[in-house]
Ligand binder design. Structure first.
Ligand SMILES: [Zn+2]
Length: 339
């Protein structure tokens, strides 16, 4: 019996918004990558610490495009510690940075998403981005994820041309968004399409007919645990979770979000404890088993609890108002969802 290979993937990126607001490379790195806030540091170094405490490794999809604006050193400062600590670096791209790149052969190109470019330009951009990532110290990437999940079928053709084996831009819970890859939502956990291995972002059914991505800030600890167990029980070849370098921070990034931090901790312990789950990067992936997709069935109580949890999170950590009564309710609520 083969284990389900769990990919904990972290989109690791500097903030274009902070750049536009005048942040230096150092300030942007501190907030977006190291996750520095008034509660401490909750970015990739914290995430690696906790993954390592559970004997796990993460996959960091690093966007090298800020090198065109800030220079290459800041990307090396991201890539080098990830590699040194035995985690995996893969390729991410946010083409929004092109608009601010100067003296660069491709800086005339404009587009929010990689899918906005012609096939030829996609090949050029992905080749450039890969080179920037490797200059920063990464081994040749074997997997790619588009910024904003904004890939299309030409992106897959471009990856195939460049010999990149896997794409993880297909997000079935996000098909009304910017993902334009022409595949059905019921695409299995591993599929082949246009010469590339498709590793979709996994999801659960939270209400009948409604699916929700396996993203750290989107699922409660209970939902994530059920999703992982379901994948293991149904012999899924892999299960792919999305996160970000700044996922554990409040939206304004001034504070740590303890609810998401606790979900992260619970996820790590679930992966580490379940014998049928094996954490692995794309380098070790050989998900040749075919399987049909049966999503984690809806559980309305579980969904309702997450709605409550999200509301608590928003009010306490985003809006910043909390009455005493509310705090008491929240404590009761948090003990309920911390399962
Ligand atoms: Zn991104």
């Amino acid at each position: 019996m083969m284990a389900t290979k769990v990919q904990y993937t972290v989109d690791t990126e500097l903030s274009l918004k902070l750049f536009q607001e005048g942040a230096s490379a150092q300030e942007n790195f501190d907030s977006s990558i190291a996750g520095k806030c008034r509660d401490g540091e909750f970015g990739i170094f914290y995430q690696m610490d906790r993954l390592e405490a559970f004997g796990l490794t993460g996959v960091f999809f690093v966007d090298p495009m800020p090198a065109l604006v800030y220079g290459p050193a800041v990307v090396s400062r991201i890539v080098e510690p990830i590699i040194r600590r035995g985690h995996e670096v893969q390729l991410h791209i946010h083409t929004e940075w092109l608009e601010f790149a100067r003296d660069h052969e491709l800086s005339h190109l404009r587009g929010r998403n990689i899918a906005d470019f012609s096939l030829d330009d996609q090949v050029r951009l992905l080749d450039q981005a890969r080179a920037l990532l490797m200059i920063a110290g990464a081994p040749r990437p074997t997997a790619f994820r588009a910024g904003n999940f904004g890939a299309n079928d030409d992106t897959l053709r471009a990856l195939s041309t460049l010999g990149v084996q896997y794409d993880s831009s297909f997000n079935p819970a996000f098909l009304t968004g910017e993902c334009a890859i022409d595949l059905p939502p019921e695409t299995p956990p591993f599929a082949e399409h246009l010469g590339v291995g498709i590793i979709p972002v996994s999801f659960i059914e939270d209400r009948p007919g409604s699916i929700r991505a396996a993203q750290l800030c989107a699922l409660s600890a209970w939902e994530m645990r059920d999703a992982l167990s379901h994948a293991a029980q149904h012999d899924w070849p892999c299960f792919t979770i999305v996160s970000h370098s700044f996922e554990l921070l409040s939206r304004d990034r001034t504070r740590c979000n303890p609810i998401v931090t606790r979900r992260f901790e619970a996820m790590c312990s679930n992966i580490a404890e379940q014998a049928k789950l094996e954490d692995t990067g794309f380098h070790a992936l050989s998900p040749r088993r075919k399987s049909s997709l049966t999503a984690v069935p809806a559980n309305l109580v579980r969904t309702a609890l997450r709605y409550g949890e999200q509301a608590v999170s928003r009010i306490r950590y985003e809006v910043g108002i909390a009455s005493t009564i509310f705090l008491n309710e929240m404590a009761a609520f948090e003990s309920l969802v911390a399962v």
